[in-house]
Design a binder for this molecule. Structure first.
Ligand code: CU
Length: 195
């Protein structure tokens, strides 16, 4: 029976998904990301858009087209605003924004959803949502009891956001998840402006 089991296990380890935002449309790979991060990083992401960040720094460092000043794999996996110009969401201060996340392999850990200043890679204000622990718990996942609000939730654009996100590309809503035991980080970003 073992030969029948092994190929499945190998499949799960190499090409299976972990997680990403599905609604609104998140940043995805394109030409601008290739120019900033290099083809090997983009190929890794194309192969599995939901995979973790940890393998990317090594791929980037070995790629002659990697430009460290443009590509920060720890922010939106290095994916660039210019590849997502068609999907910039327009919000207003105080607006409640529905977001959906797909989780396909669990790794229990912490997570947050935050507005991030893309120039400085810093969270503006405090996280809009956060799970200090217990996010994507394997036991709940495989029992189909993952709390619904881990994958389908609303965030509220802060009333005091001001003008810092008025220009497209300046800010993202980033869903960030770290599987503690797996030591794997997942990031997915929505581009938006606040008028
Ligand atoms: Cu994993």
């Amino acid at each position: 029976m073992l030969p029948q089991v092994l190929p499945l296990a190998a499949f799960a380890a190499t090409v299976s998904a972990h997680g990403l935002i599905t609604t609104p449309t998140p940043r995805g790979p394109g030409d601008a990301s290739v120019a900033a991060c290099g083809q090997s990083v983009v190929d890794n992401i194309k192969n599995d858009k939901t995979s973790h960040v940890e393998g990317l720094p090594e791929l980037a460092a070995a790629d002659p087209d990697y430009h460290a000043e443009q590509c920060n794999v720890w922010l939106c996996k290095g994916l660039q605003y210019a590849d997502n110009e068609a999907n910039v969401q327009q919000y207003t201060a105080g607006q409640s924004v529905p977001i959906e996340v797909q989780l396909t392999i669990p790794h229990v850990g912490s997570a947050n959803v935050s507005i991030v200043d893309t120039k400085t890679d810093t969270i503006i204000g405090t996280p809009l949502l956060s799970w200090p622990s217990g996010y994507a718990d394997e036991r709940e996942f495989y029992a189909h009891t993952t709390p619904a609000n881990q994958t389908k939730f609303n965030v509220t654009i802060p009333e005091d956001i001001g003008s810092q996100c008025s220009e497209a590309g300046a800010c993202v809503i980033q869903w960030w998840w770290y599987g503690t035991g797996a030591k794997q980080t997942y990031e997915s970003c929505v581009d938006f402006t606040v008028a």
